[in-house]
Design a protein around this ligand. Structure first.
Ligand code: ATP
Length: 511
């Protein structure tokens, strides 16, 4: 645990030191769970957004984009269920006065049981070597069966209680399991209460005519209320999707995990409208497609896992999370939900307008079913950034800090470095910058010895360094140094564009 905490602290410190993430209004001591993206952070975030956008909108002929406003008519949130049901069950510790999400306390307990089971499995795998049959071991070993069975029982009891709004039983479960305040060890808990996560605000100038509004807690509803606008004007035929990225706001109770859980964050959502009855086929399709997208970034297959929901939201008939191995363990990165016709039907009822599709083959109208993919842009950022940050021992005994960001999303693609600040080398380097900047975000750096400049770019996450030296003046070649392998190759200046394109262009990653 100490190790994990340590790693997480390093991630946060590095994100600040290299201009990726700052606390919001830091000079006033910050604002809890709100963050600003610095000069490098804004680029990384924009690149991840674009990587998602292109994979959704450009790669699918039947998916189009949308940019709906953050403010929406207040009835939207009545229809969507957010006014009545967008609650988190919270519990306070009477001794520490700390507030927790009751469901998260229980999920963390269940996660420990899973870890215990995995430990047994790993031990046995080591003991039996080649002959080990994991499936058989899992289904017969009494200890593993006990841990997994307990976990299953706990999660399904919690799911049932939350669904039935039986908060007394959620508290009883916490007490029966002996769950203590993770920070102080105290087991002196209050009752569990529901807490609505939406931020309210007002529209209009005078107190008596002002309308109560909410800051949207998800981008999805902007898509649902525009379903017919897009379908009709875009002449879309089912199945089709609408994709949107944008800010969402939630008054999170427990917000102590850096950009993992923020009060203002950004979502990348796609709602896919399908024929009723086809939803499970598309649900499986999108689970598979989204996992492939994540894997294309090369952060390691072992860092992802699916988690099928025991506790379904009020709108869903199937739901799974793609969980990622963050510095503090596996947690939700993306949700894939089969939302049925809940949202469109609810908006029909509340607005009195039809939100239906006329199927030319079936010759009938129906309210489409929806399969949603919803990923947090900030969580993607954290997944990419925390996995990329590595400390490496080198052959000569020294070590280096390297930020192995996937080149396709790295903020600066190449740094152009004149070996010395004279003899006409800066002029040549600047000419290379001028030539590349139309297609790639490149940087020029002439300060300090070349070795230190390489280290600086490694730590900032720049995939390539291009060094101009005295030989360049004679033969128009430069040295290209690779961040990850530290290999240096001599290449003609005329080949630089091709080298960058091979390494960086989205086509080569998404394919
Ligand atoms: P959690 O259980 O972690 O609170 P959720 O299930 O409420 O998440 P969804 O409503 O499914 O999340 O939202 C979709 C995605 O939006 C999540 O997978 C996550 O990546 C992102 N997200 C949700 N809440 C936050 C937040 N407070 N800060 C950053 N990202 C968030």
């Amino acid at each position: 645990m100490a190790n994990k905490d340590d790693k997480f602290k390093k991630v946060i410190a590095h994100a600040k030191e290299y201009g990726y993430i700052f606390s919001s209004s830091e000079i006033y001591d910050g604002l809890s769970a709100v963050y600003d993206y610095g000069q490098n952070g804004v680029e990384l975030k924009k690149n991840i957004r674009e990587y998602w956008w292109k994979s959704m909108v450009f790669m699918h002929q039947n998916i189009v984009g949308l940019d709906a406003a953050i403010f929406m008519h207040p009835t939207t949130w009545k229809a969507s269920g957010h006014v009545d049901a967008f609650n988190d069950p919270l519990i306070d510790n009477k001794d520490s006065k700390k507030r927790y999400r009751a469901d998260v306390l229980i999920e963390d307990y269940a996660e420990k049981l899973l870890q215990k089971a995995n430990k047994e499995i790993a031990k046995a795998a080591k003991r039996f070597g080649e002959a080990f049959n994991e499936e058989e071991f899992k289904s017969t070993n009494p200890r593993v069966l006990k841990y997994l069975g307990q976990r299953e029982e706990i999660l399904s009891r919690m799911g049932r209680s939350l669904e039935n709004e039986d908060l007394a039983d959620v508290k009883a479960l916490i007490e029966e399991l002996g769950i203590a305040d993770p920070e102080t060890g105290s087991k002196n808990w209050t009752d569990v209460r529901q807490f609505n996560l939406m931020f309210g605000t007002k529209l209009g100038a005078s107190a008596d005519t002002a309308t109560d509004l909410y800051l949207r807690p998800e981008t999805a509803q902007g898509i649902f209320v525009n379903f017919l606008n897009v379908q009709k004007t875009g002449r879309m035929k089912i199945p089709f999707g609408i994709a949107q990225t944008g800010k969402a706001f939630r008054n999170e109770i427990v917000a102590r995990q850096f950009i993992f859980r923020m009060r203002e964050f950004e979502q990348m959502e796609m709602q896919f409208f399908v024929k009723p009855g086809d939803e499970m086929k598309w649900y499986e399709y999108w689970k598979d497609t989204r996992l492939k997208w994540h894997l294309s970034l090369g952060l390691g297959e072992e860092n992802y896992r699916f988690h099928d929901h025991d506790k379904l939201a009020h709108y869903a008939n199937a739901a799974a999370d793609i969980e990622f191995n963050f510095p503090f363990g596996f947690k939700e990165l993306e949700g894939i939900h089969s939302r049925t016709d809940f949202d469109l039907k609810a908006h029909e009822e509340h607005s009195g307008k039809k939100l239906q599709f006329f199927d030319p083959e079936m010759k009938e109208n129906y309210v489409p079913y929806v399969v949603e993919t919803s990923v947090g842009l900030d969580r993607m950022f954290l997944a990419v950034f925390s996995t990329a940050l590595q400390e490496e021992k080198l052959e000569d005994g020294t070590s280096r800090v390297v930020l192995r960001l996937p080149a396709v999303v790295a903020p600066v693609k190449a740094a152009i470095l004149p070996l010395v600040k004279k003899d006409g080398l800066p002029e040549v380097a600047n000419k290379i910058v001028e030539d590349l900047k139309w297609n790639y975000n490149v940087a020029y750096d002439e300060k300090d010895a070349i070795g230190r400049r390489y280290r600086r770019q490694d730590a900032a996450g720049t995939p390539l360094c291009i060094t101009v030296d005295h030989d360049t003046l004679n033969d128009n070649t430069v040295t290209v140094r690779d961040r990850d392998t530290m290999e240096q190759t001599r290449v003609p200046i005329s080949e630089l564009k091709k080298i960058l394109s091979d390494k960086i262009d989205m086509e080569n990653w998404l394919k």
